[in-house]
Design a protein around this ligand. Sequence first.
Ligand code: PEP
Ligand code: MG
Length: 583
Amino acid sequence: MKTEELKGIPVSPGVTIGTAFIFHRQESFTIPYVKIKKSDIPTEIAHFEDAITRTRAEILGIRKNLSVQIGREHSDIFNAHLLILEDRTLIEDVIALIKTKTTTADHAFSLVVQRYFRAFSQINDEYLKERVDDIKDVSRRLLHNLHGDKKNQLENLSEKVVLIAHDLSPSDTATMDKEKVLAFVTEVGGPTSHTAILGRSLEIPAIVGMAGVTGRVKTGDPIIVDGTHGVLIINPDRKLIQEYEKQEERYSELTTELHKLKDLPAETTDGKKITLASNIEFDDEISSVLSHGSEGIGLYRTEYLYMNRQDLPTEEEQYRAYKNAAKKIAPHPFIIRTLDLGGDKFISSLDVPREMNPFLGWRAIRFCLTQVDVFKEQLRAVLRASTQKNLKLMYPMISNVHELRHANAILEECKLELKSKKQRFNPDLEIGAMIEIPSAAVTSDILAKEVDFFSIGSNDLIQYALAVDRVNEKIAYLYEPTHPAILRLIQQVIQNGHKQKIWIGCCGEMAADPAIAVLLVGLGVDELSISPFILPKAKKAIRSVSYEFAQEIAGEALKFETGKEVREFITAKMKRVCPDLIE
Ligand code: PEP
Ligand code: MG
């Protein structure tokens, strides 16, 4: 059998060697017409109503279980399903069709839901498109109950498998026998899809966005899933299996070893302490942040609160979300970044026109400073939540001091508004600026006077400084975190910030590389904020070196002429110190 290798988006690390199980969902909603006797109509209607009651009970059960397993926030996904089952128009349309067509409940139901699918999919709105998936998911369950079919295959797995699917719906993942699923790979989905988050919270290897995989693998095929690199190997030969067995063993040893560091600080051997925090998009990631030993949230990307919905989150809703999240992570810091809409993140409730150069366009703070109502709603919510003293605020995409002053002036207005309503807030709320535009880095001496901290957003800083679109695969080879220009800009920001006695963090992905984390420590950062799953590696790297060594590395790195040389140099240096961490 031929060995084949496929690539996707890695979303949950680790290696698994196992057997594939292809999950094909029953997708057909076309149920043939069957004529029934007029006298059977009441029985058919009762059968339909009974199926609705049973489906409802099942969903309530799933919601409850899920809430216990991975938190209430995830289980709320099923609220939309319950609403569909309570939709009187849908129910009445089905009952009317049973009567007028003298047909079965399942045929009538299939006609009605197909009408819904057509109507929803014609609307050009991301939020409503996603609702089609909810309707499909709940319809599938209802049809099972009408037919009395065997339920979801994923509930009845007889052995441990690697799940391969086009997509996994919230219902599939909620009911699947998690003890039997060793890893999963899906054709669709991105790093923040529900499936990806589930993979991470279960801590099993997972890959998404692997186009065509269900057509390339068969149930029973031996496969290897490398969730760290997003690689799937079909029919591996003995040599590959042995190689990956070693990796699997190493990975599990490393995980056990890293787990032991959970409650230890990120401190160099000579006592220099770094705050190692995490970036999150959803507040239900906080439990995982804590279980991986993070010391706070260095970046909470609030735009996700605005996504997948038709309306904007109200001040009250945001206030509750921020306050709860800050409470969960207390006493560690919780840094809220104001709305960073635009670039590659769009929100259906805000009518933002598509632009020629969205990354250079009307995004983030530029948007907020002109849409003051939207901005103020968020600022008031943050201020009110700041009675939770660990909360801090930062602005994204600052390009000049005027923007920073303008944002702070609006914040002051919000404080006055709250005062007049006798609403409480922390008057000493710490304010930060993200340094992610070269002009901000170069003028960081000026900006530092206006804020309490800087957070270097290297993801954007690299794209703007090197003129490399961060989402364009064709030029990804030019996206170099170790480019001398980047190191010099970061050094400048840290020096300027420290001169003004403010602290400096870095919340871009570059800090997730353990060798670069040490380089950043050597350059003088006070805080690093990265994904919780990678954090233990960075902690181990920091704990393996002295501050002096990190400073030496940084000093040497600044002398090289190319990013490649810097990368090779820091990799070689760190490989000697902690070989198991550096690839
Ligand atoms: C960054 O640009 O480095 C950053 C952390 O922000 P985002 O990735 O959300 O743009
Ligand atoms: Mg950014």
